[in-house]
Design a protein around this ligand. Structure first.
Ligand code: PLP
Length: 386
């Protein structure tokens, strides 16, 4: 029940039980094309998608590093560990980072962001959509248009939201939208993907300096892999992937996307929403307090304070040892203070939630903490008919 890597449909794992294939074969590149088309539907974009053999933060580094100009400004409102991580990645690739810090679970103030954007020419704006460290979803609407008015680019981390929470890449004018395989998409860890707007693609060609590395330069996807009909250059004369792709993770991702379409994107978003409401209601009944401000809770991860009398990490150890249930703890300053429970892909269901709520109720009672009487009823009522 950790917030990723999450449990997946068994068909996703079965998809890997097949012989080795050559990653540069025409057949495999066709599979990559299919996966990119699937991801376009999930991302709600007509833009190109790059699939990278990297985890989520590799995708963020690739996105920022592939468009940055020397001394360019990255404005980044942060309200959790992953926002701060994006700011650090920005520093690492040579951006001048203007961080707007907010407290854990506090909403980002739009006026502050717009005021900061107004101070710079061609800034990059970076936002984490779903702040996994605090179980909070940030509102990303409207920022794309605001940063485009300043001639800049909008970069969004949807690592823990894509597939579980609506992401409308084109409508929200996101230029580089980064996600990863192991969370709400319901595939296996090891792949990151970046959707790239035409604006960002232009910047690959216009940037005045070399990329600081080579491996994570997204421009190589256009140079080597994309057909000329889609703006590719095919420098080798034929389509080649820029790296040895972990072929079997791509096969697993293809099946994970099929699983998403089998359920339907809208049905899947509402299942995740219900999972979030249900788990939160049950945990509030147990006496725990949500980390995010009311109304900002995430549909894919729930973060709750344990309270002053509870050793959260001791409870987590007991959940694992006695009940076989893994839940995550707090990151950075929140270590030892909060629980983080994922409801992504196959864990966003009533069954796993009954186990975690019952086990938590048991462990709290063992420690003499008075809990509400009906946590499971809260869960059942919230899930409704299911
Ligand atoms: N961004 C967010 C919101 C995340 O939740 C995570 C991982 O939990 C990352 C980035 C980093 O992704 P990865 O661990 O795949 O590099």
């Amino acid at each position: 029940m950790e917030p990723g890597p999450t449990q997946v449909d068994p068909r996703v794992i079965q998809a890997m039980c097949r012989p080795v294939v050559y990653h540069q074969s025409r057949e495999f590149i066709e599979t990559v094309d299919v996966v990119c088309e699937q991801l376009q539907r999930i991302y709600q974009t007509a833009g190109e998608i790059v699939v990278l053999p990297a985890t989520g933060r590799g995708g963020i580094e690739a996105a920022l590093g592939s468009v940055r100009e020397p001394d360019q400004i990255l404005v980044i409102p942060t309200n959790g560990s992953f926002g701060r991580m994006m700011a650090n990645i920005g520093r690492a690739v040579g951006l001048n980072v203007v961080e707007l810090p907010f407290g854990p679970g506090e909403p980002i103030l739009r006026a502050d962001v717009e005021e900061a954007l107004g101070r710079y020419d061609k800034p990059i704006l970076g936002i984490v959509h779903n702040e996994t460290s605090t179980g909070m979803v940030n509102d990303i609407s409207g920022y794309g248009a605001a940063v485009h008015r300043r001639g800049g680019l909008f970069v969004v981390d949807t690592v823990s939201s894509l597939g579980g929470v609506p992401v409308q890449t084109d409508l929200q004018e996101i230029d580089l939208c980064v996600s990863a395989s192991q969370k709400s998409i319901g595939a296996l860890a090891g792949l990151s993907f970046v959707s790239v707007s035409p604006r960002a693609t232009e910047q690959f060609d216009q940037r005045s300096s070399l990329h600081r590395g080579m491996y994570l330069d997204l421009r190589r996807w256009w140079e080597m892999c994309l057909p000329t009909s889609r703006g590719g250059k095919l420098t080798s004369g034929y389509r080649r992937l820029p790296w040895t792709m972990p072929t079997h993770l791509v096969f697993a991702l293809q099946v994970a996307a099929e699983v998403i379409f089998e359920e339907g994107l809208h049905a899947r978003w509402s299942r995740h929403e219900r999972a979030g409401v249900a788990l939160r209601n049950a945990l509030v009944e147990l006496g725990l307090k949500p980390v995010p401000a009311a109304g900002w809770e995430s549909a894919t991860v729930t973060a709750m304070y344990g309270g002053d009398d509870l050793d959260v990490n001791d409870v987590r150890a007991a959940l694992s040892e006695r009940h076989g249930i893994g839940v995550a703890g707090g990151l950075d300053d929140l270590n030892g203070k909060i629980f983080r429970i994922g409801h992504m892909a196959e864990t966003a269901r009533f069954g796993p939630q009954v186990h975690v709520v019952s086990a938590l109720a048991y462990e709290l009672e063992q420690r003499g903490i008075k809990t509400g009487t009906y946590p499971i009823e809260a869960l059942i009522t919230s899930w409704g008919e299911e």
